[in-house]
Design a protein around this ligand. Structure first.
Ligand code: AOF
Ligand code: ZN
Length: 375
């Protein structure tokens, strides 16, 4: 039999944490495994904000067997009294002997204090096992806690000749059903879906999670949570009849038009209107919007589903963390609408470099995951 190492247990804790991918928001996804005499005596994960943390669920399963066990946790056990009691204290009280932590909690309420508390109680603590994998589970929570802004993921679909729409603006559907299911998953894990008013005008998209299209065990709990819809609309051109205003969940319109008479009408139609300052081009200050989403709306991951103008502005402002580009095996020809409206580059030295992290087939389409490199 293959040797069971501490990596194996932490890998199990990461698998458990991932079960909360669609449901823990705004909390992080966390998993925990309790091991004694090289056997698992309990495991748990955090399902939902307000409910028990991963460690508490694992301790509950282990009962008395937790005494003398080693705990593998994907995030530092908390030290604060939040909606639930501090996990560090629960581990100490249960008589756990050693705690292996994948990463420190970036939440300033915790930030090392959970680890310190365990050590003060005489418990051996090891930090950093499979840390990269643990960080990858919670990019949004980490960005919000450490940079006061969400992790922004851009999703775009294009033909093999890099067209995102027909000249008429018609764009449904370039990609096939598997890619569209994948986009549903991206929506379901996000705190907010952000778009530009032009996309609403052209596509009238609902920007909702359709749990029945997800084909997942957790479909029931997902359907209860709709990500916040955020529409960037400098001059308040949002149509009163926009389909997304009639969907469950909230729609927030970010605008510079403080005095517009349309504001009240949109509010009556069910939207919330957020007035922000303008940038030097007279458009909504996107960095301020993201800060607002992190601070006031506790947004961890934001999915940007939009057209060339807003995508270009977000890229230009260095506000995109990751891009998911779906490439369909089709040619659209005609007038090219670029992926990004960027100011024309004149020299090769001005190129926007990307790092490609993954390319794979999704049904009949291809998905490229890339990260803009800071220049
Ligand atoms: C853990 N284990 O499973 C999770 C932790 O509002 P509360 O009480 O649920 O606290 C949320 C904070 O606790 C969250 O911001 C993060 O710092 C930590 N999450 N900690 O020990 C868990 N979910
Ligand atoms: Zn906790």
């Amino acid at each position: 039999m293959a040797k069971v190492t501490s990596e194996t247990w932490m890998a199990r804790a990461l698998v458990l944490a991932r079960r909360g991918l669609y449901t823990t928001d705004p909390n992080p996804r966390v998993g925990c495994v309790l091991v004694k005499n090289r056997r698992k005596v309990g495991e748990g994960w955090h399902r939902k904000a307000g409910e028990a943390h991963a460690e508490v669920n694992a301790l509950r399963e282990a009962g008395d067997a937790a005494r003398g066990a080693t705990a593998y946790v994907t995030l530092e056990p908390c030290s604060h009294q939040g909606r639930t009691g501090p996990c560090a204290v629960a581990l100490i009280d249960a008589g756990v002997k050693k705690v292996v932590v994948a990463m420190q909690d970036p939440n300033p309420l915790v930030a090392g204090r959970g680890i310190a508390r365990l050590r003060e109680a005489g418990i051996e603590v090891e930090v950093g096992l499979l840390e990269d994998q643990a960080r990858a589970l919670n990019p949004g929570f980490i960005a919000r806690m450490s940079r006061q802004r969400p992790f922004v993921r851009l999703k775009m679909a294009m033909s093999l000749d890099a067209r995102t729409a027909m000249a008429s603006g018609e764009s449904q559907w370039i990609t096939g059903p598997s890619a569209r299911t994948e986009v549903q998953r991206l929506r379901a894990r996000s705190s907010a879906i952000m778009t530009g008013v032009e996309s609403i005008i052209f596509d009238n998209s609902r920007l909702t999670v359709r749990a029945e299209q997800l084909d997942l065990e957790q479909a029931d709990s997902i359907s209860q949570r709709q990500p916040l819809r955020v529409v960037v609309d400098t001059r308040l051109r949002m149509p009163l009849a926009a389909a997304c205003l009639r969907e469950p969940g909230r729609t927030l319109i970010a605008t510079c038009a403080a005095e517009s008479p349309r504001r009240r009408k949109l509010e009556e139609a069910g939207a919330e209107v957020l007035v922000l300052g303008c940038d030097i081009n007279g458009r909504v200050d996107l960095a301020a919007l993201l800060t607002y989403l992190a601070r006031e709306e506790s947004c961890n991951e934001v999915l940007l589903e939009t057209g060339a103008t807003l995508a270009g502005s977000m890229l230009d402002a260095e506000l995109i963390d990751e891009m998911h580009l779906f490439v369909a095996p089709t040619l659209l020809g005609g007038e090219a609408r670029p992926l990004f409206a960027l100011p024309g580059l004149e020299r090769m030295a001005q190129q926007r470099p990307l790092q490609i992290d993954d390319i794979r087939a999704v049904g009949r389409d291809w998905r490229i995951i890339a990260r803009p490199q800071r220049i």
